[in-house]
Design a protein around this ligand. Sequence first.
Ligand code: GLN
Length: 536
Amino acid sequence: MKLKQTKYIFVTGGVTSSLGKGIISASLAKLLQSRGFKVTIQKLDPYINIDPGTLNPYEHGECYVTEDGAETDLDLGHYERFIDLPTSKANNVTTGKVYQSVINKERKGDYLGKTVQIIPHITDEIKRRIRLLAEKNDYDIVITEIGGTVGDIESLPYIESVRQLKWDLGSQNCLVIHLTLVPYLAATGELKTKPTQHSVKMLQENGIQPDILVLRTERELSEDLRAKVSLFCNVDKQSVIESINVSTIYEVPMVMKKEKLDVVTLTKLGIPVKEEPELGPWKDFLNKLKSPSKDVKIGLIGKYVELHDAYKSISESFIHAGAMNECRVELEYIHSESIDKDSAEEKLRGLQGILVAPGFGNRGLEGKIIATKYARENNVPFLGICLGMQCAVIEFARNVLKLDDADSSEMNPDTPFPVIDLMEEQKGLTKKGGTMRLGAYKCEVKENSKSYDAYQTAMVSERHRHRYEFNNEYLDKFEKNGMHAVGINPDSELVEIMEIPGHRWYVGVQFHPEYRSTVLHPHPLFSSFVKAASEV
Ligand code: GLN
């Protein structure tokens, strides 16, 4: 279906953060896409960083990387996993990016002597970036999630931009969905609507009347409660949507369908509601997810394990791959700093698969290297991602090639054997932000390898985020002694995949397969890894 004019949906959040605006946005997008509309989702992040690339994962979780090499908020990962379409640089806007554009224009003299202000200059730039996404790509519907919580000082310019856009575009083309929480008070046995009333009032103070309210709740909302929210918040009753807790985020599109979020949205936008959404493959996935025939226990070795969001795309990839293999993946998060020579056996015994995670810097590195050694020596299926692959290379160099003190020059610039070394194009770079090797690059996969068996094709494209690479000076030595480069970038000769052929399943990848796994297309390497682990 092609709409004459792009429709804009904004998703704001109230009461508290972490209510799942990203999942609601992605679920609505899924439902609209399943009705034949061309939809995308954008995230506006109110922080001043240009992008999350320089942020510690403990701050906001994983940094997600798009095909075109943008380092973005992890919600973009949810968007892609739900709608199965790539996002891009334009799908994530931050206050840093907005101010950078405005300040650059000011320095060029583009404002012709005017005083540069939040209204109209910052808000114009925000509106430009929202509309640009639609204009460039011909979308029917753009869903824009506003990060933060209504009432935050830093969200104000975004809320103001939405108010203006609603005015500019007219209410038939623009809609605001506000997500809030209805807490349950055990002491009185009641669900409370006051926080919702207050947060809607706050939006109204900023000139926005929400069109639809989505209420997060642990218990079913009664008709009376819905009527009360409707009365106090100026929202018709069928636009008060219940979002009850469910066991998996992938259930949310079904719950939103039952609550008719898509129907109410389309009706308010003046779009005729014709077909039912086509959700067959999604339901098949849910059925498999809910009725696994076996369990498989995989250890994720990383140094940010206290915050599971730091490995969001990896854990979601296991959910997709698990469903495909009809098994439930129990992911055991193991802190790499807790692993040393003495504790390795006790920590890693019983795992059917070991994944060594991406990362930066020295902290926890030795534990990761010990885990790769354990996997290699004990024939435990192993997947090393980015730094995880580099650890596998270092371990092999030290323990098989007997290159004592082999290392990555990231960790030890004075190592006599820099088996992992800084890429040529990285030398001389001083700025940290946005300067890694980022985004999709081609990789040629050799036949007769575990990776080829997984991909079933010789040319793949995978996303990257790193500065260091396998040092090709050592390639011969590795190949002769049993670790093979089975994936190579055809343009730069950079090693992309290392494998140990005699091993049950031992694959190290310089890229990040987790960024490409979606519900409908689980990543072949994760699927194959889970399959190998389930056979242990
Ligand atoms: N720190 C390593 C590098 O920059 C690995 C990066 C990663 O794991 N994403 O090459």
